[in-house]
Every structure is written in C-alpha cells, then in structure tokens.
Design a protein around this ligand. Structure first.
Ligand SMILES: [Zn+2]
Length: 304
C-alpha cells in the first residue's frame, strides 16, 4: 500500500494468477468476508464449492454465485480474461482497441468488442457525474467548448459527431454528445451539468452569448480575432483535453460511430478524472463490475 503508481503486469499476475483468485475477489467485493445467509439467516463464512463458480454457507449449505447477474456471469469468457482486459484499460493512456484484445487473449473480434464496450460503460458508472463549478469564490472556473469527433463512416461518408465538453480547471471533465451546435441543444446540457453561479469561460461562439442570463458569470475569448488568452480568460484546459481525446480516439480506434461514441467519451473522462489516483482505476472498475446492477449513469452520484 501507499504507492499511487499504476500496477504493473507483474503485480496484476501475482494478484490474479487464475480464475479462482478472480472469483474470490468478486465474492469479497460483493459480499464481504462474512455475511448473513439468505437461507438460514445466520452470519456465515462461505467456503468455495468445488467445481462450481459458487460458495457454500458453513451452516446450511446454501450456495451463493458471486458472478450472478454481473457481466462476468454470461460469458464463457474466463474471469482471468475479463480481469486482464480491465487491467489493460486501467493502465492504458490512449485506450484499448478490440483488435488488440482479440490478439492478446485469443477470442473472436466480436467477443473482444463486446468486452471492451461493457468495460467502457462501467467506466462511466465508476466515474459518476456531478455538476461542475459553483458560485463560491473558491469554486473552480468551468471551461465549456465543443469538438467535432469521429470522421467517416464505413461507407466513407462524413460522420462527425458534436461533443460538448465542460471542464473544471484542475478538476473533472464531463462530455456529452449533442445533436447540433444550437442553443437549444447546448444550453440544457450546460444548465444540467454546470452549477448556477459558476464562473464560465468559452470562446466567442454564438451559442454562448447571453449565457449570463441563466445565472453564470461568463467571460469569453475572441478566437475569431485570434485572441486566445486574456488574463484568466482562456479555454486552454478544455482544448488540451480535446487534443488528448482526439489522439486517443483517432490513434487507437479506427472508426467510432455516433451510436457508440458516448461510451468512448466515458472511457476518457474516467482516465482524466482519476488521473491523480491511477492506482485505484483498476479496483474501482472491478468493484462496479461485481455489482448486479449498473448504477444509473449521469446522476449526481459523486458528492462535492
Ligand atoms: Zn446458511
């Protein structure tokens, strides 16, 4: 303990050498060391059942399947494979391509793609979402901007998606796909995710004009006049986030369709928002995976 570094592959292999070790972990995360038996209602130790993915109550023999109703359950995929792919996602900087997973663990492309997709979805759940900014003097400034992501669809047609990004300086980022660069698409998202009274920085795009009417202290830099920084007024934080996101998406993933883009956005949010605690990324991801129900996304789950 004590180290905040990313785990190495060796650390990982030592901790989870086989499926039994993985199952034990899921059991502990989901039920703790001892728990009240559903059948005999006594506090019990559970012992691993031989030859099954279950544990047995010491008093009455009732069996508990720790992977039941989790993504681990359905697949014929060994737990070690799931754990390994999650490990890859936790230590990677720019994302993990399904092709790479296919190659490394020897599953079909379809299986690899599904695993990656599930993992991204759960990264969104770990990260939770809480509104940004605040009206106090100590509250961080929130930068807001849009980016065009993706490129061409498999037929070669232009298929760029518009993403709205909101980021606290030195804090968390939130990104949401929007249908158009119109006030009626952007403003509801801003109002939902940026607290009233926040100090907000944008460029001079039309959609942000008059945003102060909605209770924001708004400043903008005039990009069309080549103005990028004026004292505290700049959007450098969100711009560097876009650069990182584009590097990841364009570099690692061949094509991300609009339909699946939000999952990729969650993945990169997750990495950004946990950047000061990289050693926790893997364990947090395992923790949500071991839950039977995925927490509802985009609720203000994290407290301030
Ligand atoms: Zn029992």
């Amino acid at each position: 303990m004590g180290t905040k570094k990313l785990p190495t592959l060796k650390d990982f292999q030592k901790r989870f050498p086989n499926d039994d070790a993985c199952l034990e972990h899921v059991m502990r995360v989901r039920y703790g060391k001892r728990h009240i038996c559903q059948s005999c209602h006594r506090e019990a130790n559970y012992y691993r059942t031989r030859g099954r993915r279950s544990y047995t109550c010491e008093h009455c023999g009732y069996q508990v399947y720790p992977t039941k109703d989790t993504p681990f359950e359905q697949a014929r995929t060994p737990l070690t494979d799931w754990f390994y792919v999650m490990f890859l996602f936790s230590v990677s900087r720019n994302g993990v391509a399904a092709k790479e997973v296919q190659r490394q663990i020897g599953v079909t492309y379809k299986t690899a793609w599904r695993m990656c997709s599930k993992i991204r979805q759960h990264m969104g759940a770990v990260d939770g979402d809480r509104p940004l900014g605040g009206s106090t003097k100590a509250a961080p400034i929130v930068e807001i901007d849009e980016a065009f992501l993706g490129g061409r669809d498999p037929v070669g047609k232009d298929d760029k998606a518009i993403v709205l990004g909101m980021v606290e300086r030195n804090g968390d980022v939130l990104s949401r796909q929007v249908g158009a660069r119109h006030t009626n698409q952007i403003l509801p998202q801003v109002k939902k995710w940026v607290k009233e009274g926040s100090h907000v920085m944008t460029d001079d795009a039309r959609v942000y004009r008059g945003i102060d009417i909605h209770g924001y202290a708004h400043e903008s830099v005039n990009h069309s006049e080549y103005e990028y920084v004026r004292g505290e007024a700049h959007t450098n934080t969100i711009e560097s986030y876009w650069a990182m996101l584009k590097r990841g998406i364009n570099g690692t993933y061949i094509h991300v369709s609009k339909k699946h883009l939000q999952k990729y956005l969650w993945e990169f949010e997750y990495r950004h928002n946990l950047r000061h605690a990289p050693h926790l990324m893997f364990d947090l991801l395992l923790m949500v995976f071991a839950q039977p129900v995925l927490p509802v996304l985009s609720s203000p789950a994290k407290g301030d």
